[in-house]
Design a protein. Structure first.
Lengths: 332, 324
């Protein structure tokens, strides 16, 4: 099966007075058509920058993007602005974290969706407006015709996120980049939005990259998960495999910090000691080594490669020792 | 909406009342500014001053004087000048108002158009040479005193180069009524318009540039880019509309102040007998009724244009409609 998107050795760096800072440090992943890939990581792990780099949407004159991003075989890095612009909102659409600020306050919802439709299609103004209303209906906004005539600030957060999703879907994107689409919403609305994103694959045939810091969101929604730490992917596997058999100590830490909904509730949630390294002072070896309970000399100097085929992990703990270490980590 | 307008109206009347009381007190109750002294002339005998006080009602209690003056100003409109005896004040203000209004409105059109073009260009090419050049020019425009620019403009268009092809069309200083000759009106005012506009072009272009650059950092600009809009569409459609609010605010204040007599220097240098000119003359001779009339007129304009700005806000930015 050919991949829809192949990201190889992507590096996003920023020029600063003290030299280049690599915020995304050699990330590789691919996504097949109709696949939902979850990217998990804490704030500053580079997950947002990774997807913003796909469409060259990082608005910073000092950014340097290196590596390769191939979409349907076309290289996107260094691509002409015109080509990228036609992809944006067309074949690749994006949903942002905060629906409160993601829409222009001075235009109605309908006008903003119609604007995007008219960029990418030949539809007339009128036809674009009625398609906008249809889309708002499709994402489950009640009374879509009236919602289309409203301004963003007249809708609730969940309604706005639906409107943003409707806008992203307006040109049947092959790939949808969702950057923490539910973080700013309350839990019940969150579940509805995730359900909506899952449905997109069936209704619109879209592949989705879902960025989140919430493992629960990933477990519910994604087919495959990549865990990012300090600008690198440390583990990547199918969702079932990742939750059943996590390989990386950082993933153990993440799982340990989640409250259990069934089974025995621990009195206190586990925490990962320390803080992620500053991006300009990343250790030469494994970036997680200063916080890892299972660190060994070999971790300090050489960066562990991402190994494995289906279930990839960037950790040198040998497979036989992994199970005992994990039991130890999750029991702590 | 009706309630808002009503509230606005009450607010306006309260402000106008406050201003009129303040101005009245400044001129009638300030020690040393005894109006009777002025009217009686130099070295007048105490008897003469007393007679003048009686004649003009200046010996009555201040609140009574205030009410009488307001009555003469607004109801009977027969307030007369203290200096040019017998001359009625209100018609003079009404004669001067169209001149000032012509001057300021024309200049406003020029400065708004140029400021938007320059501000948008500077923001689009920010930190490039286009931006730097435009911003330096704006700063020069802001820094040049208007009376100097006006004098220079006169010197060039009326003096040294008046007989060349470039400026031979410039009419002599003064105002031509629009109804008498639209073209003459335009010719008489175009140089004053540009002169008055220069300062505001610089000011507004800088304000708009700053507002645009700030707006361009907003999340919705990233959304607009992610939709596939070109950089120009993002700037002109999404960012400009949101940034114009700051310009509208400034415009309401500046326009009111200028129409209320703030264009004094331009009017005096170009010999346009507008409200500013009138105020200037009245202040020189301490003609209290005239000062009262022009100040009240000016404050009406400031307050009214502020109210208009609030309405324009709502048109530009739906966020404003939800407030209150």
């Amino acid at each position: 099966m050919s991949n829809l998107l192949d990201v190889t050795d992507l590096a996003v760096s920023f020029r600063t007075r003290s030299g280049l800072i690599r915020a995304v440090d050699g990330v590789s992943f691919s996504i097949a058509e109709r696949e939902i890939l979850g990217i998990v990581g804490e704030s500053g792990s580079g997950k947002s920058l990774t997807v913003l780099a796909i469409l060259d949407l990082i608005n910073d004159p000092n950014v340097v993007i290196a590596g390769s991003i191939r979409f349907k075989g076309t290289e996107l890095i260094g691509q002409k602005p015109g080509v990228l612009r036609r992809l944006r909102g067309g074949a690749i659409a994006m949903i942002f974290q905060d629906p409160m600020t993601a829409l222009t306050p001075v235009f109605t919802i309908g006008a903003q969706i119609a604007e995007q439709i008219r960029i990418h299609t030949e539809l007339s103004r009128h036809a674009a407006r009625s398609r906008a209303v249809d889309l708002l209906d499709a994402v489950g906004l009640p009374d879509p015709a009236r919602a289309a005539a409203r301004y963003p600030q007249e809708l609730s957060g969940g309604q706005r996120q639906r409107a943003v999703i409707a806008m992203a879907l307006s040109c049947n994107p092959a790939l949808l980049l969702a950057d923490e689409p539910t973080t700013a919403l309350d839990v019940t609305v969150q579940a509805q939005i995730l359900e909506l994103i899952r449905k997109l694959r069936d209704d619109f045939n879209s592949a989705v990259i879902l960025i989140t810091h919430n493992l629960g969101v990933v477990a519910e929604t994604a087919d495959r998960v990549a865990v990012m730490y300090s600008g690198r992917i440390v583990e990547s596997a199918s969702t079932t495999a990742l939750f059943a058999d996590p390989h990386h100590p950082y993933t153990w830490g993440l799982l340990g910090s989640m409250p259990a909904l069934d089974g025995i509730r621990r009195p206190r949630l586990a925490t990962i000691q320390g803080l992620p390294p500053a991006l300009n002072r990343r250790p030469p070896g494994c970036a997680f080594s200063p916080r890892c309970a299972f660190v060994r000399p070999a971790c300090i100097n050489a960066r562990p490669p991402l190994t494995g085929t289906e279930h990839q992990v960037a950790c040198i703990i040998p497979a036989p020792e992994r199970a005992t270490a994990r039991t130890q980590a999750l029991a702590a | 909406m009706a309630a808002t307008i009503l509230r606005r109206l009450i607010h306006m009347i309260a402000v106008l009342f406050g201003i009129s009381v303040l101005v009245f007190l400044i001129f009638f109750a300030t020690p040393g500014a005894n109006p009777a002294d002025r009217i009686a002339g130099k070295n007048a005998s105490p008897q003469t001053i007393a007679r003048v006080e009686k004649e003009f009602g200046l010996n009555r209690p201040l609140p009574v004087q205030y009410v009488i003056m307001m009555k003469k100003l607004f109801i009977s409109r027969n307030l007369t000048s203290f200096v040019n005896l017998g001359e009625k004040v209100v018609p003079q203000v009404f004669k001067a108002a169209p001149i000032t209004l012509s001057l300021v409105s024309g200049a406003a059109v020029i400065w708004i158009v140029f400021a938007i073009v320059i501000g948008a260009l500077a923001a689009a090419f920010r930190n490039g040479w286009v931006d730097r050049t435009l911003m330096v020019l704006s700063l020069i425009g802001i820094s040049m005193p208007v009376f100097w620019v006006a004098t220079m403009a006169n010197l060039i268009t009326q003096g040294v180069w008046h007989h060349t092809w470039l400026f031979s069309w410039v009419p002599p200083l003064g105002y031509v009524d629009f109804t008498a000759s639209p073209l003459g009106w335009f010719k008489a005012l175009i140089i004053p318009w540009i002169t008055l506009a220069i300062l505001y072009i610089g000011l507004y272009a800088r304000v708009l540039r700053a507002a645009l650059i700030e707006t361009m950092q907003e999340d919705f600009i990233r959304t607009a880019r992610a939709k596939g809009l070109t950089e120009r569409q993002v700037l002109l459609r999404h960012a400009l509309r949101c940034s114009l609010v700051s310009v509208v605010t400034l415009f309401g204040l500046d326009f009111g102040v200028l129409v209320g007599g703030g264009a004094l220097l331009t009017e005096v240098v170009f010999g346009l007998q507008g409200v500013g000119y009138l105020t200037y003359q009245a202040l020189e001779t301490l003609d209290l009724p005239m000062i009262m009339a022009t100040v009240i007129y000016a404050s009406v304009f400031v307050v009214v244009s502020n109210a208009v700005v609030d309405i324009v806000y709502a048109a530009f930015d739906p966020r404003m409609r939800l407030r209150r």
